[in-house]
Write a protein that binds this ligand. Structure first.
Ligand code: FAD
Length: 445
């Protein structure tokens, strides 16, 4: 019997469990740990609340989750409640699938001012992650600056731009919806250090901006390279850039069309624009920006600076894995030090914890399958006889000794049912945003 511990119940964790079942069938027992009482990682707390079809991916993990050979062990924080060393004593292989939940710092003066947030915090706030549900951003100023040129920046801009009606069918949490409905934000500036050809935004997400009822995307035509240069782009990027060209063309309509209810919102793409400082007394009041130009694909400052008065700044510039005591960490790359997923004998990593915050949900699947192949090779080498470690019974003994009453998948199903039952009209669910309320809904105290 193989005993595998997976730390993290996001896509990488569940794909690894699926691969383990394919590899060993009834010859494996997999325990999937999560710090939260609810599973699925960023599918729940990252993917935008108005992208329900993408969130639906988690239902596909249920086949794996409901296998008798797989357990969910929720509300157990590895590195605090139980150490990695303890897991390594109990399981044949420990796979860290802990993602990259920390915001990368901007490294700019003023970034600690009030109302400056990283996207992990801001997205966590509107998606109901318990760590960020108390964030309380102030949306009382008419301009917000979103830093970054990836899909997360687009998610944040879109959420800030939407009207009440456009949140119908989403599972945005109530505290965020209430705040957004009172928002005074009418201009959202998306800052990118480089130009339109260098964006990391996908055509689908850009295309969504054209369907917003009260918001208009705006691109300065002067920022666009000559159209003939688009031919050198790969097809997806070319399509993304074609959206930017369309945004540049509809400018006049946005300015002259009828005023929508709740006021017009402009989503302003500011390319060749590198933030240099966040300015303000106690709360952000402006962002100082330096114009850039491209040199060999890199943004180089031109010395020309300007200020964007703004009351809210959200940096969408990437994420880092949380270090765990005794696990080698690569400070430069912001993830566990590993070689193709191997950290040390019996210790592995997958998903964002292995490769950093890149790719889509689906990118984590081959990652999970590859790591199981490595584990299989490693185990085959020294434990082909099947004499393994204690696994589940060993962990349960440790949990009992330590008073850890972990959340099982059936407990999560109770939380799930309660969230669905609590949904406001038209919403798929109303999430619990505090751990104690999740635990209560699971009937655990
Ligand atoms: C804002 C945002 C929007 C996105 N939207 C999309 C999208 O629309 N489409 C798409 O394809 N991809 C999207 N992605 C990317 C996608 O979410 C990731 O590819 C994927 O979630 C990474 O999976 P993971 O399992 O590595 O990490 P995660 O999903 O982050 O899962 C990590 C899990 O580990 C747990 N954990 C962490 N530390 C510990 C610990 N010490 N002990 C126990 N448990 C721990 C966490 O609670 C979490 O459940 C988005 C990402 C973000 C940030």
């Amino acid at each position: 019997m193989r005993h595998i511990a997976i730390v993290g119940s996001g896509p990488a964790g569940y794909y690894t469990a699926e691969a383990a079942l394919r590899q060993w069938g009834d010859g494996v027992r997999v325990d999937i740990f999560d710090a939260l009482p609810v599973p699925f990682g960023l599918i729940r707390s990252g993917v935008a609340p108005d992208h329900q079809s993408i969130k639906g991916v988690s239902r596909r993990y249920e086949t794996t989750a409901l296998s008798e050979n797989v357990r969910f062990v929720g509300n157990v924080y590895i590195g605090r409640d139980v150490t990695v060393a303890e897991l390594r004593d109990l399981y044949d292989a420990v796979v860290l699938a802990t993602g990259a939940p920390n915001d990368r710092k901007l490294g700019l003066p003023g970034e600690d001012l009030a109302n400056v947030f990283g996207s992990a915090a801001f997205v966590g706030w509107y998606n109901g992650h318990p760590q960020f549900s108390g964030l309380a951003p102030q949306l009382s100023n008419d301009t917000a600056v979103v830093i970054g040129n990836g899909n997360v920046a687009l998610d944040v801009a879109r959420i800030l731009a939407k009207s009440k009606e456009e949140f119908a069918g989403s599972d945005i949490v109530r505290h965020a919806l209430d705040t957004l409905l009172g928002s005074q934000v009418r201009r959202i500036v998306i800052l990118g250090r480089r130009g339109p050809h260098q964006i990391a935004m996908t055509p689908k997400e850009l295309g969504e901006l054209t369907h917003l009822t009260r918001a208009w995307p705006h691109v300065d035509p002067a920022d666009l390279p000559p159209a003939a240069e688009d031919a050198a782009l790969e097809p997806g990027q070319r399509k993304a850039v074609s959206h930017l060209r369309a945004f540049a063309a509809v400018e006049s309509e946005a300015e002259t069309g009828p005023e929508p209810e709740g006021g017009r919102v402009v989503i302003d793409f500011d390319f060749f624009a590198a933030p240099r400082a966040i300015l303000g007394e106690t709360r952000v009041e402006a962002v100082e920006v330096e114009r850039t130009r491209l040199e060999n694909g890199k943004a180089v400052g031109t010395g020309e600076t300007y200020r964007i008065p703004a009351g809210l700044v959200i940096a969408c510039i990437g994420y880092q894995t949380s270090p765990i005591p005794d696990v080698p960490y690569d400070d430069k790359l912001g993830r566990f030090a590993n070689e193709d997923g191997r950290i040390a004998p019996g210790l592995y990593c997958v998903g964002w914890a292995r490769r950093g915050p890149t790719g889509t949900i689906g990118t984590n699947r081959p990652d999970g399958f590859a790591i199981v192949e490595k584990i299989s090779d490693d185990l085959g080498g020294f434990r082909a006889d099947g004499a393994g470690k204690p696994g589940r019974p060993g962990f349960d003994a440790l949990a009992a000794e330590r008073g850890i009453d972990y959340v099982k998948f059936t407990d999560w199903q109770k939380i799930d049912e309660a969230e669905i039952a609590n949904a406001r009209d038209g919403a798929p669910r109303e999430k619990f945003v505090a751990v104690e309320h999740m635990i209560e809904a699971a009937g655990k105290h």
